[in-house]
Design a protein around this ligand. Structure first.
Ligand SMILES: Cc1cc2nc3c(=O)[nH]c(=O)nc-3n(C[C@H](O)[C@H](O)[C@H](O)COP(=O)(O)OP(=O)(O)OC[C@H]3O[C@@H](n4cnc5c(N)ncnc54)[C@H](O)[C@@H]3O)c2cc1C
Length: 474
């Protein structure tokens, strides 16, 4: 009997497993693939994800495998520098190959004690009042108290749950791959610059040593079951650029569509959905992996609380209440970005107008904060603007605030040095630090770093500790 079975060991499943292990939850991750996927595509880790990695002591390890670049040019690839003074200690994008980040997150989950079984596909399940019986493709049956589907866009768990996945089907495709080119770099750069004046979905980016990442849009949707071929790339390059640049020797080739869909519910009884299993959208702005990892940070401590027995009755349902609107917003901003990438004159005019508007710092800042997820404010009721937002990493007497969140517990930061976490001290840490750079007296942080309370009154604090962390231990 496990506490939680997670279907899928992608970035969402691995992150969730690690978050649950911080609270000693018995976790089994079932992954259908026998080996990690070696398919290389560089993904961008955005500011909020980098902050979350810092909050769990993982950032240094991750930085070694990626390349930092400025956080500008993210929205619809409109080339504007990031606004100055973004409110984060990690105000950059980390370009990192997805197999590297997948591997680091899985390794971290295993180090914390999660069991990962590869070559095990979830094929069916049944839930009852006490738990879930999960059936694997080989007929084996396993039992757990909860099941979380982190099994990607074609999620078996979501389909078996019967949860609707409304939205738009794929209408166009993009070919993406890495290959060598047979003409000089200057010639390619000049042609690419000319075409990108009007076609922003086309790209040949040099990786050095004659290797290019090639991105070419394809009108319509072909048979997705058929793997992309070099000839597909050549044909599209000739159509769009008038030359195939003599491309040859592909490292890998792939295609992806622009389906945009959101699960109607994130929870049915003891079964939950997270990551691509709950939402899919085109990769414009590079938000999918970030969104899934952030779902996992939101869900992990709540599900752990449920299993440990201290969760307030409604805590687990706040997962959907908080994360569904965030995904809705991401889907909408990708829809908007896709329009802005269109070669039609109307959208091109809107793009020019938005490009002008982004010269206003506030517009540029708003869009960057949206894409990098540092602008999220959960609805925790009326209160100061900081309430419901994530708190940036600030200096505290003991070093950095995020360094105090590695164990995935709540934290009371008390500048008055008068308050106490009392009977919640098994779930919530306390830090009396008058030196902290805070313009409010006290802040209660949830394990995901969001501000759950601001104030200076012990009774009010106790009420909020109960709201988020259940009954006191004594
Ligand atoms: C071209 C491209 C570029 C992208 N760039 C970015 C980017 O820059 N930034 C970003 O944030 N995102 C990006 N994304 C999106 C990102 O890759 C996905 O959002 C992310 O991988 C989702 O993670 P996940 O763990 O939810 O799902 P997945 O990564 O799909 O993992 C699901 C796992 O579940 C397993 N599985 C499936 N079915 C079962 C089953 N029945 N039983 C057990 N296991 C199962 C699968 O084998 C897989 O390992 C990009 C996507 C594409 C296509």
């Amino acid at each position: 009997m496990f506490d939680v079975i997670i279907a899928g060991c992608g970035p969402t499943g691995a992150t969730l497993a690690a978050e649950l292990r911080l609270h000693d939850v018995r976790v089994l991750v079932l992954e259908k693939e026998t080996e990690p996927v070696s398919f290389v595509r560089i993904v961008g880790l955005h500011i909020r994800s980098l902050e979350l990695m810092a909050m769990r002591g993982l950032l240094e390890r991750i930085l070694e495998h990626g390349r930092q670049r400025p956080a500008g040019g993210l929205f619809a690839a409109i080339t504007k520098p990031a606004p100055k003074g973004l409110d984060s200690a990690h105000a950059y994008v980390l370009g990192i190959p997805q197999p590297s980040i997948d591997h680091l997150l899985e390794e971290h989950a295993i180090e914390l004690g999660a069991q990962v079984r590869r070559g095990c596909a979830v094929a069916d399940f049944e839930q009852d009042d006490e738990g879930v019986t999960v059936e694997l493709a080989n007929g084996e049956r396993l039992r757990s108290r909860y099941l979380v589907g982190c099994d990607g866009g074609r999620s078996t768990v979501r389909k078996l749950l019967g949860v609707g996945f409304p939205g738009e089907p794929s209408r166009s495709e993009t070919l993406m791959g890495e290959m060598e080119a047979g003409v000089p770099q200057e010639e390619i750069a000049a042609k690419v610059a000319e075409i990108r004046e009007t076609n922003k979905r086309f790209w040949l980016r040099s990786f050095g040593e004659g290797v290019y990442q090639v991105v070419v849009p394809v009108a319509g949707v072909s048979d997705r079951a058929e793997p992309a071929t070099l000839e597909d790339f050549k044909q599209q390059l000739r159509t769009i650029a008038g030359t195939d640049f003599g491309v040859h020797s592909p490292r890998w080739l792939s295609r992806f569509g622009d389906a945009t869909r959101l699960a109607e519910r994130y929870r049915v009884g003891r079964v939950l959905l997270a990551g691509d299993a709950a939402h899919v959208h085109p990769p414009t702005g590079g938000q999918g992996l970030n969104l899934g990892v952030q779902d996992a940070f939101n869900l992990g401590w709540k599900l752990a609380a449920q299993i440990r027995g201290w969760a307030p009755e409604t805590l687990l349902d706040t997962y959907q209440a908080e994360r569904h609107p965030v995904a809705e917003d991401v889907l909408d901003n990708t829809r908007a970005q896709m329009e802005l990438l269109s070669t039609e004159p109307g959208p091109q005019a809107v793009r020019r107008l938005l490009t002008e508007l982004m010269d206003f710092d506030e517009v540029n800042r708003y869009l960057i904060e949206k894409i990098t997820a540092i602008g999220i404010r959960y609805d925790f009721g009326a209160g100061p603007d900081l309430l419901g937002r994530r708190m940036r990493d600030i200096d505290v007497k003991q070093g950095h605030l995020y360094g105090l969140l590695h164990r995935g517990r709540g934290l009371l930061l008390d500048r008055t040095q008068r308050l106490t976490v009392g009977g919640w001290s098994d779930r919530v840490d306390y830090l009396a630090d008058p030196t902290a750079v805070l313009d409010v007296p006290c802040v209660l942080l949830r394990p995901d770093g969001h501000v759950a309370w601001i104030g200076d009154d012990q009774q009010d604090l106790d009420d909020h500790l109960s709201r988020w962390f259940g009954k006191p231990a004594n």
